[in-house]
Design a protein around this ligand. Structure first.
Ligand SMILES: [Zn+2]
Length: 373
C-alpha cells in the first residue's frame, strides 16, 4: 500500500489517484479551496435558488436530503435561512437510532421549522438484504445505501420538485471514481462507486421469497425519467466550502449534540464522535472497508483533519495504527441483533472478505501487515 505524502489515505481507496509528488487528489482539491472565488459560487447558488423558489407556488421549492447529522443542520440552514427556500427534508430511517441522534433529529426540525418525510424501509426486506449483502459482496449496507441515493430522486419525480440538494461530493472531497472534476451537478452521483451496480435478478435468485415489489424504495429512476422530470440534483459543497469540523461547530451552536456531549457512547475505531452518530449497527458496513482496502473511518477523518490543519500527519499515523482496525462491540452486536445472525458466522464471512495481501491475523484480529508510516 502506498500512502499520500500529505494525508494518510492509501492508494487502495477505490478511484483515488496520486500525483507525481505522491499527493492524493483530495489533498490537491483542498488546496484549490483557498483559491476558489466563493463569492462567485454563492451568487451562482442564489441564482439557482431564484430559479426554483416559488416555482411550485406554495409547494416545496426543493428536496433536502438529510440524516440527523451536523451536515443536515448546515444544509437546512443554508436552504431555509440563507436562501429563503421552503425545503422538504427527506430522510431514510435508521434501523436503530442512538438517543443522541433522535434528539438531534427532533431538534433539527424544531430549530429550523421545516417539514420532513422519513422513509422507513421494510425491516423484513432490509434484514434479508443486509444478510445477503454481507454474505455475497461483503457490503451489508448495499440495499440501505441504495435507498439513500434512489429514494429522494424517486420522490423528486413523483412530487414534481426538480431541485434536489445533497451535501458534499464525496468523490471530489474524499476520493472516488468520479473525483477528478469539480461539478455542481449530482446527476452522476449514483455512479460514484459507493454502490456497485448489481442486477436485482441476482438477489431474487438468491432469495425467491423476495419480489420486485419489495425493492420499491431502492429502484433508481431511469435517465429518461430523470430527464423528463427536468431534475436538477446539486452538491452544496460546490457552492460553499465544506468542512466536517466547522459544520459540527455550527450545528452545535444550533443545539446539535455529539456523542461526547451526551456521553452516550464512545465508539471504538473512531477518533471523533460527531460523524454519522445517529445510527448504531449500520456502521458495521463501513468496517468492511478495512477488511477489503485496509482503511476505515479513522483514516478518512484524520485525512480530512490534516487537510484542514487540525491534525499533523504524525499524530494521524499514530491514531490510524491504534484505532482503524477496530470494530466497535456495540456496533457489531446491534447489527447482528438486527439481522438475527450468529457472531461466529459473521467472523467467518469477515475472514472470507479480508484482503490477505495487505492484512494478517494477529491474536485473532485482522490487522495491517505493515503499519502506516
Ligand atoms: Zn492526501
Amino acid at each position: 500500500m502506498r500512502y499520500c505524502k500529505k494525508c494518510v489515505m492509501p492508494d487502495t481507496r477505490p478511484g483515488i489517484k496520486f500525483d507525481d509528488e505522491g499527493v492524493c487528489y483530495p489533498c490537491r482539491h483542498h488546496e484549490t479551496k483557498a483559491k476558489t472565488d466563493w463569492n462567485k459560487r454563492w451568487q451562482e447558488l442564489e441564482k439557482l435558488a431564484d430559479k426554483y423558489r416559488g416555482s411550485n407556488g406554495n409547494y416545496y421549492d426543493c428536496i433536502n436530503t438529510v440524516s440527523a447529522g451536523k451536515d443536515s443542520y448546515y444544509q437546512t440552514y443554508i436552504l431555509k435561512e440563507k436562501l429563503g427556500m421552503n425545503p422538504l427534508l427527506i430522510n431514510i430511517d435508521n434501523f436503530s437510532w442512538t438517543k443522541t441522534g433522535k434528539q438531534n433529529w427532533s431538534n433539527l426540525l424544531q430549530k429550523f421549522g421545516v417539514d420532513a418525510h422519513i422513509m422507513s424501509l421494510n425491516p423484513k426486506v432490509c434484514k434479508k438484504m443486509f444478510r445477503m449483502g454481507l454474505e455475497k459482496i461483503g457490503k451489508p449496507g448495499w440495499y440501505f445505501d441504495l435507498a439513500i441515493y434512489a429514494y429522494p430522486i424517486q420522490m423528486a419525480i413523483k412530487l414534481g420538485i426538480p431541485l434536489v440538494v445533497y451535501g458534499e461530493n464525496t468523490s471530489y472531497e474524499y476520493g472516488g471514481t468520479l473525483g477528478d472534476k469539480e461539478t455542481y451537478s449530482a446527476l452522476e452521483q449514483i455512479n460514484n462507486d459507493v454502490i456497485k451496480p448489481i442486477d436485482w435478478s441476482v438477489w431474487l435468485k438468491e432469495d425467491p421469497s423476495l419480489s420486485m415489489k419489495d425493492f420499491n424504495p431502492c429502484i433508481y429512476p431511469s435517465a429518461e425519467e430523470i430527464k423528463r422530470a427536468k431534475l436538477d440534483p446539486i452538491y452544496l459543497s460546490y457552492f460553499v466550502p465544506w468542512s466536517q469540523y466547522k459544520h459540527m461547530e455550527f450545528a452545535r451552536s444550533k443545539g446539535f449534540k455529539t456523542l461526547d456531549d451526551t456521553g452516550e457512547w464512545k465508539r471504538e475505531g473512531y477518533i471523533e464522535q460527531y460523524n454519522q452518530i445517529d445510527t448504531v449497527g449500520y456502521l458495521t458496513d463501513a468496517w468492511f472497508k478495512f477488511l477489503k482496502f485496509g482503511f476505515c473511518y479513522t483514516t478518512a477523518t484524520s485525512s480530512v483533519l490534516i487537510r484542514e490543519g487540525r491534525l499533523t500527519r504524525e499524530e494521524a499515523v499514530k491514531l490510524v495504527n491504534e484505532e482503524d482496525y477496530k470494530l466497535d462491540r456495540k456496533m457489531l452486536k446491534d447489527f447482528l441483533d438486527f439481522i438475527e445472525y450468529p457472531e461466529e458466522k459473521f467472523w467467518a464471512i469477515a475472514d472470507k472478505f479480508a484482503n490477505k495481501e495487505i492484512l494478517e491475523k494477529r491474536n485473532g484480529v485482522w490487522r495491517l501487515k505493515k503499519e502506516v508510516q
